[in-house]
Each structure stands twice: as structure tokens, then as C-alpha cells.
Design a protein around this ligand. Structure first.
Ligand SMILES: [Zn+2]
Length: 832
């Protein structure tokens, strides 16, 4: 893509004084932006960003100037006389409020039977220009003075507290305190009917959690406690106190991503912030705690110190993802956050990063539009976090923390690039971090290290078709017996005797996987000395090696059988995942499928007896969480006793089912119940609840149906925004395309509805999720051809190119695997 000019090179803003009158009823706003800044010497023009704004007048230092719109959202302002040094640009303009979930947009909700709205903003990555003319680049930091005129009777929130609030002509005028120097993408406001709870940190930061009146006051408590503790943790960890006097956390009914770290005013999806103490599951609480920690870490990483340009987006996101776990582990040691890291981030990263053509963590960004395709969560967030953790392990926790502290001190309120961080981490550790990390950050993919009795080899690991690779990495081997192995493997091959019990990447802190000789794996697995993380890691690595065609899928069967006495929830999440790898082989073979169901029952049996159907008083949260995994496998086994129990639970009413097992109960019933009435019943329950948690469970449930007519009925609801919010459609789509009975129809729906998809999601980073998720389900040669043909003309859209290319490789990999291993797996199952 053509590189766009950086506007900061010709005008450096210092302060924006924004005064906006918001006319919600007419979906419009109008206002004045007074921008003080320094222009380059000897010029007659200044260029700002403005998109979809109607510019009414422009003055420079009080004198009228002319203007015109140019390429790449440019607003070119021309002055009669020469400009140089500091000037004040005053712009009168108007704009519109649209449903697109960026810029300024409405969030709809229902309370006591009345339809209501909040107004919110979303400016990352380059949507501030849709609300005011500005230099919309992260490096263009300035202070902001914001005044909003709204309807009365609402709560108005901004980055800082209001300094005044008055009523004029039956309108509410709110002026906020001046912000610190910050990037445009972090500015925000929210207004509407909201209620809150407030607490203070030990450093006296005022922390509040907000939601619409459709949500209960108790549902704010958990988030409030997490937010306070997270700020206290980061205050200490970063050694620089939280930079603002307040920290607001707002749950928005409509929100495109999970949450957004606007400075002092973090916005969330409801499901990422609200926890009704009566119905929230352990998994939801853990999710909420990590999202809050993630966004709060951004108040330092991203907001206080900001990447210079979007190519270093990972500086924000990889770190925030690492910090989630660091903070949650400190606040909730009982949750074993690092095991979650191994089962969440590592899986995401290792699966995606093995596809040929995947991006590297750090990647060139010519235009912010490209960010849509670069926001690949599995890479920028998950892999990046794994690399940061590797760096942390490589230099030690103390040096890592010390390096970050001096980094924040030097660059507060400024912008940085990767090398600025490496410099501080190098100084703190005495190691050459730039050399070590730049290879990992700039190369895509990761290595598999192969151990043999006479040596160790590294090569790039792939899933699916790929070009040959000569890449190598400096790999911290983290051997079980470090005295026998080099600390860093930075050559392709090293000949040396290897003990037959040697294990690598102990602690799973480095970004590689290991392939052991079969006999060695056997010895390791039966050693009896493996901890939870080891067991999880080893099993996960085998599933990857299977996908990569380096071992055969059939070997997963005896391997899984070894794990049936496992009691760790974290390990079980991988057992369930590995078991899922086998399901795709039996879709067209009834007998083999029956045998696989039997295997599921055998694997889960011991824990099923141990845990039963409901929580025991005082049981470990791990067990509470594990129950749903075990019961899902039991439900899959279709044992009559289990199905009868599920029917009984469902008959007692959805609201009565323990939320921990609700999704699996609904989904199992939907799977077995023919006819449309079950779909209608569940869709109507979905429509009428204001609980985002319950909606998620209902979505997982309804999408398990098998009949063509049931499936059509669900697909009809896809474009009905009054039932399924735009923000939630992806979940529906991905469940349906992975449901083998619904796959073909859902794929057809996507093709038929593409214009609607483009209209609704084009311009948002979620747009590329459609080709991405479609590729995660399609599995036959004809579907592959269809995918290729359908997306060929769309490949030219920057936001889709990479996703489509990777999608094809992913489908190819799946077809290859099914053809290579299918017969053998089915034969082995049939013979069981
Ligand atoms: Zn983030």
C-alpha cells in the first residue's frame, strides 16, 4: 500500500480546545476546534486529518483561511501570509453520529420496557478525525480541553473530571479539566443514563465502575475491586504512580472489541466488566480480571509512553497482554494465571504463528487502514506476550522490572520505538537485548527443536503447505539439566550427546516447541515428576506436531488415554482440545464416531464420578471450572444417564441452571431436539435478557442444532440487529461455521450477505474476522475452491488480503491432515 505522509512533520499540535454540541435525536454534532500548535517555518499551508466532517469555516490567528479536502483524509488549510512558529487554528464544523461503533456512536439498551441510548466514542486507531480535525497520529501528543453540550438529566464522563457543569437553554454544558499530553486515539467521552460504584486506591486515585440502569448495582462490585487492586499493583510494579486523579470503567451495550484503554475512561463490552455475583462463572471472573488488568496496564504502557507509529503497536499490546497475567497472578495467586497463559495465549500464538505467510510481531504499517489486518490478536497480543515473557525469563524478573521503571521515567508523556525499550532492558540486565529480541520480533513463525541421542536441531515449524525456510532464531533452551546443554541455541544444528531424559523449554517461557524421540517422550511422560504446566505443555506440543504432520494423529489416542486420571482443570482444557482434534476425522463415519463418543466417556469418567453435577461446599474454583469440561465430554458420550440428567436440568428452566454448566446443557438439548420451536424458544430468551453472560451461553446452545430448517431460522436472525447486536455476530458465525451440520448453509449465508457484511463491518477491524472464521471451519476441496473463488476479487482490499491468504493455507492444512491421517484414525477407533 502507498505510504501516507505523516502530518506531524509539518504541524505539531500543543493544545486542542474542543467545544461540541451533540444533537443525539438528529444523529449530529457541531462545534469548534481551536488548535494551538507549531507549524514548520516558511509555509502557507497546514494539513490536518478530517474525515466525514463538514468544515464550515477556518481561521488562522483570527484571520479567515481557505481550505480543501485532499487524499488520505487530509484537510489542507491555506493562509494568505507566510506561517512560521506558533499559530492558533480555529475550525467551525459539523459531523454525524453513526452506528459503526467508531467515531461517536450510540449504544442501545432497553430498561423497563423503554428503548434508551448512551453516546460513546471509539477513536483507536484513527477515528478521532471523524469527530474533530486533528493530527491523528500517535506521535502528535497534545493537551485537550473538552466542553460538551448534551441533553440534561444525563451523566457525562470524560478523560478527566468536569471542572464545571451548567444548564443553559435546557441543555447541559460540561467542561472537563485539561488532560495531560496524550495521543488523539486515547481521547473519549460517554454520556447517558448511568449508575456507578466508587472506591479509592491506596494512592488516592478515585476508581468508578459504570453501567446502564439495565444492569444491577451488585454487578459492578467485582470489577471495582479488581480495578483498585490492579492500579495498586501497577503503581508499585512500574514505580511510577497512576498518572491521573481518576479511573472510570464503563460497560457499553454496543462495543466493537473487548475494551479500550482511553486514558482515565476505559470502555468495555458489558461481558468484559460486569459480574452478577449470583450468576457469573469462575471463567467469566477470570476473564474480567484479565481485561481490567490489560486496560489498566495501558494507562502506563500505551498512554503515558506511546508507540511512535503503528508499526510498534505490539509495544502496547504485547506488553499489556503480559501484564494481564502478571497483575492477575499477584492479585489472585489461587488462579494460577501462568497456567492460563499457557492454555490461552500459547495456544493462540503457536497455532497461528505456524501458518506460512503469517505476519511478524513488528511489521511495517504504511497507512492506519492496514491496522485492520495487522490487529491479528494471535500475533500482536498472544505471540508478542510470549516473546516478552521470554525476554523476562532471559534477563530475570528483577532486571526486567528495573528496566521498565527507568523506561517509564525517561519517556513519560513521550513516544518510543522498540530500541528505546531494549536500551533500558539492556542497561538493567547487562545483556544485549536488541540483538536477541529483534530477531524474534521481526521474523514470523517459530522453531521446532528436535532432540536426538546425538544432537539438537532447529527448523521453522509449519502447519499446512509452506515454502522452505532457512530462518533460525537465538533460542533459550531452558533445559531440564542446564549444565548439559547450551543456554542459547543460535545455530541450526549442534552435535552433542543428549541424555534420554532431557527436556527443553522447562517452564514454557520460550517461543518454541520440542520434538522428542518417541522413546524419550515415553520416558518423560512416565517419569512421574511432571508438574501441571509440564503435562499441559507436552500434550499441547503433541497436538501441534500432529497438525504439522510430524507425528500421526492416531498417536493422540493412546496419549489421551494416559491423561484420564488427570485432575487439573488447566491440563483438562488441553485434553479437551486434543480430543477435539480427533472429532474432525469422524464426521462421515458413524461407527468411528460412536467409538470416539465411548472414548470421551472413558476419559471423563473418573472426574465425572469425583465432581458430579453441582459444586460442593468449599470446593476449589479449579474443580468448579473443570466440571463443565468433564460434563461436556460426558454429554458427547451420550450415555443415557447423562442425557436424562441434562433433560431434567433443562426442564427446570434456563434461569435455574447453574451458569457453570448452562452452556453445555442448552447446547446438548438443542443438538438433540428436532423442530423449530426449540430455536424460537432460545432466540426469544436471547432477545429478552439483558445479561451478556446468559446471551453467550444461549448463543453456544442454539448454534448446536442440526436440522437444515433450524439452521435457516438462525441464519435469518443474523442480520436482525434487534436480536443479535453487530458486536456479537462473530460468535454466532464462528459457532455455526464450525458446526458440521450448519457449515455449508452458514458459508452460503456469508456469500449471500457479503454486501451487508461490508456495509456493517467495513472500516472496522472486525471486518476481516469473516474470512478468518470461515477458514477455521471449511474442510473439503470443493469448499476450498469456493473460498478461493469467492474471495479472489476481495483480496485487493487491504484489510482482507492477508487474512484471505492465510485462510487458504489453513484450509489446505486441514484438508491435507484429514487425507493423511483420516483412515488410520477411523480404523483405530473402529477397532477399539
Ligand atoms: Zn490492549
Amino acid at each position: 500500500m502507498q505510504s501516507v505522509p505523516r502530518l506531524i512533520t509539518q504541524f505539531i499540535p500543543e493544545n486542542y480546545n474542543l467545544s461540541l454540541v451533540i444533537d443525539r435525536a438528529n444523529r449530529a454534532f457541531s462545534g469548534t476546534a481551536v488548535i494551538t500548535g507549531v507549524s514548520q517555518p516558511n509555509t502557507t499551508s497546514v494539513t490536518l486529518h478530517a474525515k466525514d466532517l463538514t468544515i464550515e469555516s477556518v481561521h488562522i490567528d483570527g484571520t479567515m483561511a481557505s481550505f480543501e479536502h485532499g487524499e488520505f483524509d487530509a484537510l489542507v488549510i491555506t493562509n494568505d501570509s507566510m506561517l512560521s512558529g506558533k499559530h492558533i487554528i480555529t475550525i467551525g464544523y459539523s459531523g454525524t453520529i453513526t452506528d459503526s461503533m467508531h467515531g461517536m456512536y450510540p449504544c442501545k439498551f432497553e430498561h423497563d420496557g423503554v428503548q434508551k441510548e448512551l453516546i460513546a466514542t471509539q477513536f483507536e486507531s484513527h477515528h478521532a478525525r471523524e469527530v474533530f480535525p486533528c493530527i491523528d497520529e500517535p506521535e502528535a501528543k497534545a493537551t485537550f480541553d473538552v466542553t460538551l453540550t448534551t441533553e440534561t438529566g444525563v451523566t457525562v464522563l470524560g478523560n478527566l473530571h468536569p471542572t464545571s457543569q451548567t444548564t443553559e437553554d435546557n441543555k447541559l454544558v460540561t467542561t472537563f479539566a485539561t488532560t495531560p499530553r496524550m495521543s488523539t486515539y486515547l481521547l473519549a467521552w460517554v454520556y447517558g443514563e448511568l449508575h456507578s460504584k466508587t472506591a479509592h486506591t491506596s494512592g488516592d486515585v478515585e476508581v468508578s465502575v459504570w453501567a446502564t440502569p439495565a444492569q444491577s448495582p451488585e454487578s459492578l462490585d467485582f470489577a471495582l475491586e479488581q480495578a483498585v487492586k490492579s492500579i495498586e499493583f501497577f503503581d508499585e510494579y512500574f514505580g511510577v504512580p497512576y498518572p491521573l486523579p481518576k479511573s472510570d470503567h464503563v460497560a457499553l451495550p454496543d462495543f466493537s472489541s473487548g475494551a479500550m484503554e482511553n486514558w482515565g475512561l476505559i470502555t468495555y463490552r458489558e461481558v468484559a466488566l460486569l459480574a452478577d455475583p449470583k450468576t457469573t462463572t469462575v471463567a467469566s471472573k477470570q476473564y474480567i480480571a484479565t481485561v481490567i488488568a490489560h486496560e489498566l496496564s495501558h494507562q502506563w504502557f500505551g498512554n503515558l509512553v506511546t508507540m511512535k507509529w503503528w508499526n510498534n503497536l505490539w509495544l502496547n499490546e504485547s506488553f499489556a497482554t503480559l501484564m494481564e497475567y502478571l497483575a492477575v497472578d499477584a492479585i489472585h495467586p489461587e488462579w494460577n494465571a501462568w497456567l492460563d497463559f499457557a492454555s490461552n495465549e500459547s495456544i493462540l500464538a503457536l497455532r497461528r504463528d505456524a501458518i506460512d505467510g503469517v505476519q511478524s510481531v513488528q511489521v511495517d504499517v504504511n497507512h492506519p487502514d492496514e491496522i485492520a489486518s495487522l490487529f491479528d490478536g494471535a500475533i500482536v497480543y498472544a505471540k508478542g506476550a510470549r516473546l516478552m515473557r521470554m525476554c523476562q525469563a532471559y534477563i530475570g524478573h528483577e532486571a526486567f522490572q528495573k528496566g521498565l521503571q527507568s523506561y517509564f521515567t525517561e519517556f513519560a508523556y513521550a513516544n518510543t520505538e522498540a530500541d528505546d525499550l531494549w536500551k533500558h532492558l539492556s542497561a538493567a540486565s547487562g545483556k544485549d537485548i536488541a540483538n536477541f529480541m529483534n530477531t524474534w520480533i521481526s521474523q514470523s513463525g517459530y522453531p521446532v527443536v528436535t532432540l536426538t541421542p546425538d544432537g539438537v536441531t532447529q527448523e521453522q515449524f509449519f502447519i499446512g503447505p509452506h515454502e522452505p525456510s532457512t530462518q533460525i532464531w537465538p533460542i533459550p533452551l531452558n533445559a531440564e539439566s542446564p549444565e548439559d546443554m547450551p543456554a542459547l541455541l543460535d545455530v541450526r544444528k549442534l552435535a552433542m550427546p543428549i541424555a534420554d531424559t532431557e527436556r527443553l523449554n522447562v517452564g514454557d517461557t520460550a517461543h518454541f516447541i520440542t520434538q522428542y524421540p518417541a522413546s524419550q517422550l515415553e520416558a518423560i511422560l512416565s517419569s512421574g515428576t511432571l508438574n501441571e504446566l509440564d503435562r499441559l505443555q507436552l500434550l499441547h506440543e503433541q497436538t501441534l506436531l500432529v497438525r504439522g504432520g510430524r507425528i500421526r494423529s492416531v498417536e493422540l489416542i493412546p496419549l489421551l488415554e494416559r491423561y484420564k486420571d488427570e485432575t487439573s482443570e488447566h491440563v483438562w482444557s488441553i485434553i479437551a482440545l486434543a480430543f477435539g482434534e480427533l472429532k474432525k476425522f469422524v464426521e462421515t463415519d458413524e461407527l468411528a464416531e460412536q467409538k470416539l463418543r465411548t472414548l470421551a466417556g472413558e476419559l471423563a469418567e473418573a472426574n465425572y464420578r469425583r465432581l458430579g453435577w453441582s459444586a460442593q461446599v468449599g470446593e476449589l474454583e479449579d474443580d468448579t471450572k473443570l466440571r463443565s469440561t468433564i460434563l461436556s465430554l460426558m454429554a458427547y458420550s451420550q450415555q443415557p444417564e447423562v442425557l436424562t440428567h441434562i433433560d431434567g436440568l433443562y426442564a427446570s428452566g434456563i434461569e435455574q441452571i447453574d451458569p457453570e454448566i448452562r452452556a453445555l446443557v442448552i447446547s446438548n438439548v438443542a443438538y438433540r431436539t428436532p423442530g423449530n420451536s426449540i430455536v424460537d424458544e432460545l432466540l426469544s430468551a436471547y432477545h429478552s435478557t439483558s445479561s451478556a453472560d446468559l446471551q453467550q451461553d444461549l448463543c453456544a446452545g442454539i448454534t448446536s442444532v442440526r436440522e437444515a430448517e433450524q439452521i435457516s431460522r438462525i441464519l435469518q436472525a443474523f442480520t436482525d440487529k434487534s436480536t443479535i447486536r453487530s458486536q456479537d455476530l462473530f460468535r454466532w458465525f464462528v459457532y455455526m461455521i464450525r458446526n458440521r451440520y450448519a457449515r455449508e448453509q452458514t458459508w452460503q449465508w456469508m456469500k449471500d450477505s457479503w454486501d451487508w457484511i461490508e456495509q456493517t463491518y467495513g472500516g472496522d477491524k472486525s471486518y476481516s474476522d469473516f474470512p478468518r472464521y470461515a477458514a477455521s471451519g471449511l474442510a473439503t476441496n470443493s469448499q476450498r475452491t469456493d473460498y478461493k473463488d469467492f474471495f479472489a476479487p476481495k483480496r485487493s482490499q487491504t484489510a482482507l488480503t492477508r487474512t484471505i491468504d492465510l485462510g487458504l493455507v489453513e484450509i489446505d492444512g486441514r484438508i491435507e491432515l484429514l487425507e493423511r491421517d483420516g483412515d488410520e484414525v477411523r480404523t483405530r477407533l473402529r477397532e477399539r
